[in-house]
Design a protein around this ligand. Structure first.
Ligand code: SF4
Ligand code: SF4
Length: 90
């Protein structure tokens, strides 16, 4: 499981330096060629062993920009971090 960054990203770069494993790249380095920020699924460890909660979601100033790919459109609710498997679907 990994996180996805949606097209509501405002390219603020806040998440880039927060990721402990360098899983996030900006649109220029997106391997899919899409003009959005990208999270490498094989690198993202959900911050396990690094932070108590996903650092990218914590740093992101938007609502709903970062989602868990396993649950589709579910948002990471900041108050629900740590209960990723039970992510709330609005
Ligand atoms: S959840 Fe953690 S490891 Fe995964 S992309 Fe976000 S900051 Fe990086
Ligand atoms: S912190 Fe959020 S809005 Fe800023 S670049 Fe990362 S995903 Fe985009």
């Amino acid at each position: 499981m990994a996180v996805l960054i949606t097209d509501t990203c405002i390219s603020c770069d806040a998440c880039l330096d927060e990721c402990p494993v360098g899983a996030i790249v900006d649109n220029d380095d997106n391997p899919t060629g899409e003009d959005v920020y990208y999270v490498y699924k094989d690198k993202c460890v959900e911050c396990v062993g690094h932070n108590d909660a996903p650092a990218c979601a914590d740093a992101c100033p938007t609502e709903g920009c970062i989602v868990w790919d396993e649950v589709g459109s579910s948002k990471i609710e900041k108050e629900d971090r740590g209960e990723v498997g039970d992510a709330v679907i609005d």
